[in-house]
Design a protein around this ligand. Structure first.
Ligand SMILES: Cc1cc2nc3c(=O)[nH]c(=O)nc-3n(C[C@H](O)[C@H](O)[C@H](O)COP(=O)(O)OP(=O)(O)OC[C@H]3O[C@@H](n4cnc5c(N)ncnc54)[C@H](O)[C@@H]3O)c2cc1C
Length: 480
């Protein structure tokens, strides 16, 4: 059984994307007590995670550089890092903060940040980064044991689930066996193989019309695909473009996070009407409400949350997740040329006709008619799977079956407190297991992008350090 070097409290971080890496950095920055930190990460390079391991430099950040600092108390950190890098001198512009830079550059930033942290550790902290998968965790009165797929198990005092984005769920269709043999079906839209070797294809169907669809369209075209792409989603919304606008402040005095959803909606709608009448786009109102969204969500009743999900979620998503203007322009041109078509409808069925052709049926939103398509390839861009009961992942399955983890009431992630303390199946808060990031979507709603995740990483590190500082060191249970 392993133990922390010199018998220090051990903190295990599961997942090394933005959330894992930044929680590690914050623990190192904030802790004045000895710690032994182990970050276990599978698949993507540590620091980058899924979002910032992008294989294509045309995949841009969807948040402007000025808002992408990894540290909430040092907002210029990312922009300064870019300015200090001769390799990125093409971006050394006066308006750098307003630019949407390639995600690979942000991945480089996170990787360097992690490297810097490891080279500059306080003497009382040791860190190890392990390429492996955590497949189970047990919490007994003998200790909390972390089991790895390949390495030896070890004991930890605190475990942080920074597991990030899970591969999208397969859309529900009539012919369920399709997914067992659909050779031209690509379930993971973040992997390069979804867009590789497509030059000979004539028609590609993308399920989903959000930002990941756009990434895939850009990559297909850059890789020489010259055919047609059809993208389908139930509402057929296409992402809006980021626009330069002054912050909208007129709504805030009328807003109160404790108002019922209906009242909030009316205030929101009134202001949308006002900005539209003034010739400004409605997104400024969405931006104005963002600092309050977590608080609003926490205050909503279950009925109101369900109502939001049913009636407003798609509209909110399209106004909230926007495209840099030049990418939006490229997409608009592709649509004008007939190379990209957005369809509003529900994927009804798919059938693999031969090794390389898929027949798909889409129930159209307006007419209810069934549209029949033939595609050489289908890419699933429906967004990360959030219902943890359905995630194909050993760790999540095992934690649920042990009763250590359960879904939140909306099935959008894990049951937890807003501070990231996980709650078990008997509604007891854990003093060992914590989470942050997309696992908290059901608790906070907005728990996705760097501006909110960096705050979570900082606060979670502070809470964990404070809990460990309160416990006399000899009472820390580590040996089985
Ligand atoms: C394609 C894409 C683009 C995005 N673009 C932006 C953007 O431009 N700006 C922005 O602010 N946000 C963006 N986001 C939101 C993004 O989710 C967050 O900004 C952030 O990167 C999430 O980091 P994370 O660490 O929570 O998750 P992830 O990046 O998903 O990292 C989680 C890591 O944990 C590993 N892992 C999971 N389970 C285990 C296990 N059992 N054992 C070991 N390792 C495990 C995974 O392999 C992965 O490496 C984007 C998201 C996606 C998917």
């Amino acid at each position: 059984m392993q133990q922390g070097m010199n018998d220090k409290p051990v903190i295990a971080i599961v997942g090394g994307g933005f959330c894992g890496a930044l929680t590690l950095a914050q623990l190192c920055r904030q802790s004045s007590i000895p710690l032994s930190i182990r970050l276990i990460n599978k698949e993507n390079p540590a620091g980058r995670g899924i979002a910032f391991s992008s294989y294509n430099a045309s995949h841009l950040l969807n948040v402007a550089a000025a808002k992408m600092s990894a540290f909430p108390d040092d907002p210029g950190h990312f922009v300064k890092w870019v300015c200090d890098k001769p390799a990125y001198q093409q971006f050394h512009l006066e308006n750098l903060g307003e630019l949407f830079l390639p995600r690979v550059i942000y991945g480089h930033y996170l990787e360097e940040l992690l490297e810097y942290q490891l080279k500059n550790l306080p003497a009382w902290i040791d860190v190890s980064i392990v390429s492996d998968e955590v497949i189970d965790i047990t919490c007994t009165d003998k200790g909390n044991e972390v089991f790895l797929k390949n390495g030896s198990p070890f004991l930890a005092d605190k475990v942080i689930l920074a597991t990030g984005n899970f591969v999208p769920a397969n859309p529900s269709i009539v012919n369920k066996s399709f997914y067992e043999k659909g050779k031209a079906y690509f379930p993971d839209p973040w992997k390069e193989n979804a867009v590789s070797d497509a030059a000979g294809c004539k028609h590609i169907l993308i399920i989903g019309t959000g930002l990941t669809m756009v990434d895939n369209v850009l990559s297909l075209i850059e890789k020489g695909f010259e055919g047609k792409i059809t993208a389908v989603s139930t509402k057929g919304f296409f992402p809006l473009s980021h626009k330069k606008t002054a912050p909208y402040t007129a709504m805030l005095p009328e807003m109160n996070a404790s108002f019922p959803l209906v009242r909030l909606y009316h205030i929101f709608k009134k202001h949308i009407r006002e900005v539209l009448a003034g010739g400004v786009t409605g997104e400024v109102v969405v931006d104005a409400v963002r600092p309050l969204t977590q608080e609003i969500w926490i205050n909503l009743s279950l009925k109101e949350k369900k109502s939001f999900m049913q009636h407003l979620r798609h509209l909110w998503g399209v106004a909230r997740h926007r495209l840099p203007a030049d990418i939006h322009q490229r997409m608009t041109e592709l649509m004008k040329q007939g190379k990209l078509e957005i369809v509003a409808g529900r994927l009804y069925d798919m059938e693999q006709v031969n090794g390389s052709l898929i027949k798909a049926g889409i129930r159209l939103r307006r007419s209810g008619e069934l549209l029949h398509l033939e595609a050489d390839r289908v890419i699933n861009c429906t967004g990360p799977q959030m219902d943890i009961r359905k995630i194909d992942n050993d760790l999540i399955r095992n934690l649920i079956s042990r009763g250590l983890l359960c879904p939140d009431e909306m099935y959008l992630g894990m049951q937890a407190f807003p501070d990231g303390t996980l709650v078990n199946a008997e509604a007891v808060p854990s003093n060992v297991l914590f989470t942050l990031g997309s696992n908290l979507k059901g608790i906070l709603w907005e728990s996705t992008a760097v501006p909110e995740l960096r705050v979570q990483a900082k606060n979670l590190a502070r809470m964990i350090i404070s809990q460990l500082s309160d416990v006399p060191q000899e009472r820390i249970v580590r040996s089985a």
